[in-house]
Each structure stands twice: as C-alpha cells, then as structure tokens.
Design a binder for this molecule. Structure first.
Ligand code: FAD
Length: 502
C-alpha cells in the first residue's frame, strides 16, 4: 500500500482565542487554557450580565480532581469559596421499585481476581449463604451511609464534590484572571462568518465592538450561538431513550448536617435530586412533560423538600442529545452548547472538563488539521454514547410498573450496545469497560445489580474456593471496611475544619 502524505494544516497558526460565555464551561476552559497556553495565546472571554447562567450543576464525579490538579487549584481554598462538601456516590431511591434503593458509589467493591471480578465471588457467596449485601464490601458506600469522611492515604476513599455552581464559576474566573485572561462584558448579537471557509471571523456585541479571533469556543449554554446558530451544526435528539425534557429547581436552607452523597429519588414521572452543600441544599425534579405538567412537577418537588426556600422554583427545559459535531471549522462547543443528556449521573461538568483536556492535547496552535478535528469528534462522540447507555440502563432495567412513565421506560427499545452489556452480565456476570469509557466495570455492576439484574452464572474461579476459604475472603473484606469506617470523623465536622484550613 502506498503511504499517503499527511494533509497539511488547513489554517494559519492560532494566536487569538475568544471564549463566548462564562458559566462553568466558559470559566473551566478559560482557566485551563490560560494556565497551559496563556504565554502563546491571546485569550478573551466574553459574557453577558444580562443573560443568566443555567445556575444548576452542583454534583460532580471524581474526575474533577484530575482537572483541578491540572490547573493547580488549592482544594481547601476551593471548598471554602464554593461552599463545597464531599460526595462519595449517589443513593438511588425507589429506582429498582417503589421503596427499593441501592447505592452507586465511587469506590471499588471487594477485591478482583485477574480472571474474574469480585462480583463472581460474591455471587458464589450468595449461593452458599456466605455473603451479605454487595455494598457491604465497599468502603465508599459504607462511609457514605455512616455520614463519615476523611482524606485517606493513597486516595483509599475515592471522592468528588457537591458545590455551588455560581460560586464555582466565580472561583474559576478569579484563577483565570490571575493566569492573564481578559474578560469582556457584553452581549453577542451577531456571529460573523467567512462565506468561503465557513469559519467564524468575529463576534459583534450590542456595544458595537467587533471581536475578531482565529479560534472560537462556544460556551453560550443551551443557546449555542456559535456552533448551532452560526455554524449550523445539527443536534441528535435522544429523547426516544431519555424521556425527561425539563427540570424544576429550588434551593432550600440546610436543616440537617450535610451528607456525603447525592440523593436521587425516583417519582411517578422522573426523579428528584437533593444535593447538600455547606450553606444550603440544591433540589430539583427532572421530569418528562409528556407524563406530567409543570404545575404538578412543581407540586411534587415542593412536597418532597425540607427547610425554607432560599430561591423560588425555576423551570429549565432541555433536549437530551448531542451536537452532530463538537468541533467544526474554527469553533469548538463545550458545555450545554455541545449537548446534554440529563443530570442523573452528574456527568456534564465532567464532559466539559474532559473535552477541555482533549482540546489542550490537540490544540491547533500550528493551524487546524481536519484529521485532528475528526479525531476529537470521534473520541467525544464515543464517550458521550457510553454515558448515554449507562443512563438509559437506570430507567430501562426497573421493576417499576406503577405509572405509564415507568412502563414505557421498561418496554422501550434500547441501543444494541446497551442490550449487549445487559445480556452479557445477566448470562455470565461479566462486564468489560470499553476504551475511552468513563464508567468502569464496578459502576456498571453496582447499577445492574441495584436495578435488579442477578447474573445466572459466575466464573469457575469462585467454584474452586471451598466454603472456609470463600467466607474468610468475604468476611475479611467486610471487616476491614467496617474498621476503616469506624475511624472516620463525621463528614460535616471534617468539611468545616478542612475548609477553614485546619
Ligand atoms: P451556562 O451556565 O448557561 O452559561 C452560558 C453563558 O453564556 C453565560 O455566561 C451567559 O451569560 C453566556 N451567554 C449566552 N448568550 C450570550 C450572549 N448572547 N452574549 C454574551 N454571553 C452570552 N452537571 C453536572 O455535572 N452535575 C449536575 O449535577 C448537573 N445538574 C444539572 C441539572 C440540570 C437541570 C441541568 C439543566 C443541567 C445540569 N448539569 C449538571 C449541567 C451543568 O449545569 C452544565 O453543564 C454547566 O452548568 C455548564 O453550563 P454552560 O457553562 O455550558 O452554560
């Protein structure tokens, strides 16, 4: 086969960058890009005080720590500035069936053997009546349920945060400005493009300013002014699998100590989040307008919160899906402008920060290469599809049949990629993480078992263990988990001491 010459860079070198929008997406990319490439790029962020940020997005996953390391964020200062608490996972209440709960933790359950995951040994233990609940073998889960937390050596307790989204954007802004980014206040009213290349040339502001650049990052939220309106990149609608299209959100005063996990409580036509921060609680009901109207959704939420309201209920609409391309020409979309699944597994800030890292790995300093663009889009599409499948799993595999919403969720046809995972686990107890996939095997196992799939078999490695060996193995893990949890301090005490620099 003859070797094809590599295609030359399609544009001139990139020097001037404009970030449109200053929510979590805008300020995340601003902080990272100015930290890493600030010396060679001229970066401006434009945001409008007239246009509010979405104002939600308060639960994260452990990958946020890697992003924070990249921008050298000081954790104690960040926790004080954003009123953050620690998060060890999500308690899914009423999801498997009404009054049946399970926990998806950030930890690893038990100890794997190279031939077979821990679930095979646990399964054998259940069969021989030697094992207790799957979650009893997971440190993060037991610590969460006991309301305890501390940093442990070697990241033995894997965690993320609950944070105030508005304060987080402010904090990232402060960091970005210290790295030299320019911020401009103003409303974009026109995106100018070059008819020959289709590239964006400038953003026109209400004030008359015309902001030119070589490269544009669309962080304008659901408005998607650059990638959608100007570049005309279409949107793949996934509402045939993800029925929820709205949320009503409200903040309440804290009336109890903040717990180190998110509560996700399933209702008749959706689910409710409860996110405890240091100073208040974030609440919301995610629902499908096909099955419940706004008024009833709001009533359901208000009937299921605790403590006086800090804000009035606010309705947010969304369309689950993703842009047909995250990067087109000289424009990359980050955050809600690039798509949104729904908040169930708190993956949206992760996707922003993962794509920021990907963008930095492929940043077109020497000119935009179409091959890089294609690779960026391939990776981000694939990642989003794996997360989509993981979220659909929660809705589809359920014993709930009490409302039309749940009956439709359980009977819908699902992506073949997800059907294959479910079949494999049900028949063999096996799960394999795909390359470039966020959620590891143990996350899939916790959710599949939690939603009610019990494998029909286990690996023969577990059969080869005698009763004494198997029960010794299981009991040892469980007692180590209990001992470690007993030594941890109460979560909120630890947060307050830590955020105060002690
Ligand atoms: P926005 O916050 O909407 O910011 C848009 C920015 O663009 C603003 O600064 C605005 O001023 C600016 N802008 C827009 N138009 C113009 C214009 N014409 N001129 C100038 N500036 C303009 N994610 C999680 O990870 N965890 C969660 O728990 C979570 N919960 C969520 C719950 C709900 C109901 C929803 C809808 C989302 C949730 N998300 C969550 C997603 C998360 O909120 C977003 O990913 C995150 O806030 C990023 O938003 P953004 O920066 O893309 O957009």
């Amino acid at each position: 086969m003859t070797q094809q010459p590599s295609s030359p860079a399609a544009t001139k070198p990139i020097r001037r960058v404009v970030i449109a929008g200053g929510g979590t997406a805008g300020w995340s990319v601003a902080a990272a890009i100015s930290k890493v490439l600030g010396k060679i790029l001229d970066i401006t962020l434009i945001e409008s005080d007239e246009i509010m940020t979405v104002g939600v997005g308060e639960a994260s996953i452990p990958a946020m720590l890697a992003f924070h390391n990249l921008i050298e964020l000081n954790e104690q200062e960040f926790m004080a500035a954003t009123q953050a608490t620690f998060k060890l996972g999500i308690n899914f209440e009423n999801w498997r069936d009404v009054k049946q709960d399970y926990f998806h933790s950030f930890g690893h359950t038990g100890i794997d053997h190279w031939t077979a995951g821990f679930q095979h040994f646990w399964h054998k233990g259940v069969e021989r009546k030697l094992a207790s609940d799957f979650g009893d073998y997971c440190l993060e889960l037991k610590a969460a349920m006991a309301g305890r937390f501390a940093h442990l050596p070697n990241n033995k307790l894997n965690y993320a945060y609950h944070l105030d989204a508005t304060l987080y954007a402010k904090y990232l802004r402060k960091m970005s400005e210290s790295f030299g980014i320019k911020r401009m206040e103003g409303k974009i009213n026109k995106v100018e493009t070059d008819a020959a290349t289709g590239h964006i040339t400038s953003l026109r502001l209400d004030s008359g300013v015309n902001l030119e650049a070589d490269f544009f990052i669309d962080c304008t939220g659901f408005r998607a002014l650059l990638i959608g309106d100007a570049m005309k990149v279409g949107y793949q609608d996934w509402s045939n699998w993800l029925f929820c299209d709205s949320a009503v959100a409200v903040q309440t005063e804290s009336v109890a100590d903040a717990i180190p996990y998110t509560r996700s409580i399933a209702h008749e036509a959706g689910w409710q989040w409860r996110i405890p921060l240091q100073h208040r609680v974030g609440n919301g009901l995610v629902y499908s307008t096909k099955y419940i109207n706004d008024e009833d959704a709001q009533k359901t939420l208000l009937a299921n919160i605790q403590g006086p309201l800090v804000t009035q209920p606010r309705i947010i609409r969304f369309k689950p899906g993703q842009r047909e391309a995250t990067w087109r020409g000289n424009c990359v979309a980050l955050g809600l402008s690039s798509g949104f699944l729904e908040p169930l597994e708190s993956t949206s800030i992760y996707l922003i920060q993962r794509n920021v890292i990907r963008l930095l790995q492929m940043f077109p300093t020497n000119g935009i290469s179409p091959t890089d663009v294609a690779e960026f889009n391939r990776q981000s599409d694939q990642e989003m599809e794996h997360i989509r499948d993981f979220i659909i799993l929660h809705y589809h595999v359920t014993n709930r049949r009490d409302t039309q919403f749940w009956r439709d969720c359980s009977s819908m046809s699902i992506p073949p990629s997800l059907q294959h995972r479910i079949d494999l686990f049900r028949e063999t107890g096996r799960v394999f993480r795909a390359p470039n996939e966020l959620f590891a095997e143990n996350s899939w196992i916790q959710v599949m078992l939690g939603q009610g799939i019990m494998p029909q078999q286990h690996h023969q490695s577990a059969d080869l263990m005698g009763d004494a060996e198997l029960s010794g193995f299981l009991n040892n893990i469980r007692s180590n988990v209990s001992k470690t949890v007993a030594q941890l301090p109460p979560h909120l005490d630890y947060v307050k001491r830590y955020a105060n620099g002690q």
